[in-house]
Design a protein around this ligand. Structure first.
Ligand code: CMC
Length: 424
């Protein structure tokens, strides 16, 4: 924080506003006092607005930097595992060896769902989108822990975090099992977090499932790379819902709903739908032309980012992991994946994309990996949601442990001024 000031002139009025500096990143102008001056700031899409103070994640979009609690994402993806990253996001520091082991053990103690939760799954149509099921089931968790949701109690918040981290893979896998009509698989606590998820997705009671270490490692990387991303649309949704004092399960359900859209977490699913629509390498040029055409709503899914105007550092790690998975599974010649590789090359060289700095984003590659592993496209956003839960929770936790006010944006009103209801 500094004592520097910015001066804003509105008509003949000059207003002084405090300026603050973070540890790194752009300074912010504190506009909270403007309401007393009778003006608001106007920033649809929050392009230039810092909505909160946070010490969790830092992004420099121009340089392609992503730090969690100061640690670069590529180092975490290479050297850490998802549960350790969860601990880091939640607590602010890396765990000691002992703390890490205890954290892993604690999470394993919470992996099962209350048996009555099965009834929620059974209430859905078999063809329901798994995001619809996940949104409902996570919201319903609040009905199971209603006596342990005091948001002012740090201990209750901690147990809630453990429950959410542990139960999300079980919920995600059960969404899938329900849709294909297979029995729900109980978690296996002898497996790692990623292996257990693959077991619950692809195992059956008929035979023992042996997770492939290359695929489990790729899953763990996908979890790490999606764990948090600063004040994105779903995280901001969670914060806004939480600012009312709503319980954490309801807040996470609101994040899942916000993530579902194709401009956000739905993009990895949209990438695969797009590749299927393109269908053949000979059609790529037509689709590139559509993406560039202002009169055509088609966009190249998996390209571009609001914040990254350079290569998304997560996409770099994902591209490498995609390569490992495809070669492990002998899928280098899969037709859809071939289209993806051609598309990536063209977009990286085409002037339209280069000029607008539209690089492939994390969803472009994660979609390819998930498809290769055999996960249906409708599950892609579900996996994003289960990975992002720790980010959502950490932001919610940071907010409710400090001073916060209910989030209540204002507006530029362009409707009718006051008018009288016609006399009858
Ligand atoms: N294909 C074609 N043109 C694009 C694309 C694209 N994917 N993305 C942006 N543009 C163009 C856009 O038309 C505009 O052109 P012009 O300046 O000539 O009007 C320019 O690039 C800037 O785009 P914008 O819409 O102002 O950018 P934004 O920051 O509002 O949107 C975005 C960011 C991610 C929503 C957008 O790039 C997009 O729709 N991408 C495809 C969907 C996608 O992959 N989403 C996943 C985002 S990463 C995961 C996450 O964080 O959730």
């Amino acid at each position: 924080m500094t004592d520097r000031k910015a001066t804003l002139s509105v008509g003949d009025k000059s207003i002084e506003l405090p300026v603050y500096s973070g540890t790194v990143g752009p300074d912010v102008i504190d506009v909270r006092g403007l309401v007393q001056e009778g003006v608001f700031t106007y920033d649809p899409g929050f392009v230039s607005t810092a909505a909160c103070e946070s010490a969790i994640t830092y992004i420099d979009g121009a340089k392609g930097v992503l730090l969690h609690r100061g640690y670069p994402i590529d180092q975490l993806a290479e050297q850490s595992d998802f549960l350790e990253v969860c601990y880091l996001l939640l607590n602010g520091e890396l765990p000691s060896e002992d703390e890490n082991k205890r954290f892993h053990d604690t999470i394993k103690n919470h992996t099962m769902l209350h048996d009555q939760m099965r009834n929620f799954f059974n209430g859905f149509r078999r063809d329901a989108h798994p995001m619809a099921i996940m949104c409902g089931v996570v919201g319903a968790l609040s009905a199971f822990y209603h006596d342990q949701m005091d948001v002012t109690d740090p201990k209750q918040r901690e147990v809630t975090a453990h429950r959410l981290i542990a139960k999300m893979p079980t919920i995600a896998a059960w969404c899938y099992k329900y849709s294909v009509g297979q029995p729900f698989m109980y978690p296996r606590n002898d497996l790692s977090y990623a292996e257990n998820f693959l077991h619950m997705m692809f195992g059956t009671p008929c035979e023992e499932y042996k997770p492939n270490p290359v695929l489990a490692n790729a899953m763990d990387k996908i979890f790490i790379l999606h764990a948090d991303h600063e004040q994105n649309a779903s995280t901001s949704t969670v914060r806004l819902a939480g600012s009312t004092g709503a319980n954490p399960y309801a807040c996470i359900a609101s994040g899942i709903a916000a993530l579902w859209g194709p401009a956000h977490g739905g993009a990895n699913e949209a990438v695969l739908d797009m590749l299927a629509e393109i269908g053949d390498e000979s059609n790529i040029e037509t689709f590139i032309a559509k993406a560039k055409d202002k009169d055509d709503p088609f966009r190249l899914m998996g390209f571009g980012h609001r914040v990254y105007k350079n290569f998304d550092p997560r996409a770099k790690v994902m591209a490498q992991t995609a390569h490992e998975v495809l070669s492990e599974l002998g899928l280098e010649n899969d037709p859809l994946l071939k289209i993806a590789q051609r598309l990536e090359k063209i977009a990286l060289e085409d002037e339209y994309f280069v000029k607008r700095q539209l690089y492939p984003n994390v969803d472009f590659y994660s979609g390819i990996i998930l498809k290769a592993i055999g996960i249906p496209t409708s599950m892609f956003t579900v996996i994003f949601a289960m990975s992002r839960t720790i980010g959502w929770f950490s932001h919610w936790n940071e907010m409710v442990s400090g001073n916060y006010r209910i989030g209540r944006p204002r507006q530029l009103y362009t409707g009718s001024p006051k008018r009288d209801y016609p006399k009858k």
